[in-house]
Write a protein that binds this ligand. Sequence first.
Ligand SMILES: [Fe+2]
Length: 189
Amino acid sequence: MNYTRQQAWQHLRQHVNSEVLLKHCLAVEIAMRAYAAKFGEDVEYWGAVGLLHDVDFEKFPEDHPNHAREILTAAGYDSQFVTDVESHARDWKRERTLLQKTLLAVDELTGFIIACALVRPDKSLDNLEVKSVMKKMKDKAFARAVNRETITTSAAAMNVELKEHIEFVTKALAQAAHMPEYQELPLVG
Ligand SMILES: [Fe+2]
């Protein structure tokens, strides 16, 4: 299968209506594409996994990602692709590949970074500094739903410094926020 973001986006739209969830999927896609480029991996493939990682969440919030296989297989995605999507289950038992570790490491972090941007006076990712994100990581009252431990342990599993990881993902999101393909559903706002 040839992976294109246009096709992955169409498949996602068939199963997700929530703007909040769509924006989350876009943010994870951006981070996955950025890391794929950094690691010399397949940008389109990593991006498609990011875009579709929560494809079953809206319909099966209690049993996610256990319905990804039936949805994605029906859409023509191969077993490896589905496994890559399924691997971000928090209780995944197998050793994760680099792609799978990255997916887990950006899943929770992208939302946290966007939450940090939203409380800035300019509501922008452009001037968001790593130190401010790091500070908010320690503020338990801020964005309570975001699991700090998942962010920390998943970055460690990727073998990246948390600070570098935050900086890399923040930059990737800030750059993408200005691209035409991310204007329809702005990441922030
Ligand atoms: Fe997610």
